[in-house]
Design a protein around this ligand. Sequence first.
Ligand code: SF4
Length: 196
Amino acid sequence: MMNINRRDFVKLTTAAAAGIAAVPAFGGLGQAFANTAEERAKQLSPKWTQQTTSVCAFCSVGCGLLVNTDLETKRAVNVEGNPDHPINEGALCAKGAASIQMTENPKRPGKFLYRAPYSGEWEEKDWNFCKTRIAQLIKKSRDESFEKKNAKGQVVNRTMGIASLGSAALDNEECYAMHSFMRSLGLVYVEHQARI
Ligand code: SF4
């Protein structure tokens, strides 16, 4: 009997699938919203897909992913760990294993929702409204909390009223631009998810 480890097994099954013109992917995590066995069985219908590599954007580890995209709908139907990636060798943590839900999740709001202060209702808003609202709140907080000098009379030009937490989904250049912008506002508390 042939001895193979998990990595070899994944490679063998991937190679076998690649022998066909396209890789058939079976219902992945993004389709795991079936309520009945019958619905789930329907979801298991093979789909003709294209497989591409990607990187998990949830944290700074940067695990490799294999993404299968439906050739007809152009939507991702399955995401799993890439066994050939040197960092994770096919393994994913719970966040990475669920990463298809970043784009394929019917329960995620697809529009901007705004809840006004003291309101219990969500309202749909467009991007321009959201940008303007965020800018207004940043300016208000900065104006109210800005300190030109500290208790010793030294010039500090800072605000302690706003903090920034960067996302691991940002690349180096985006982080640089965001950091420069925050410092230009006088922020002291600038942190990044990758350091946490
Ligand atoms: S799979 Fe988990 S450990 Fe790997 S990059 Fe994503 S969040 Fe980080």
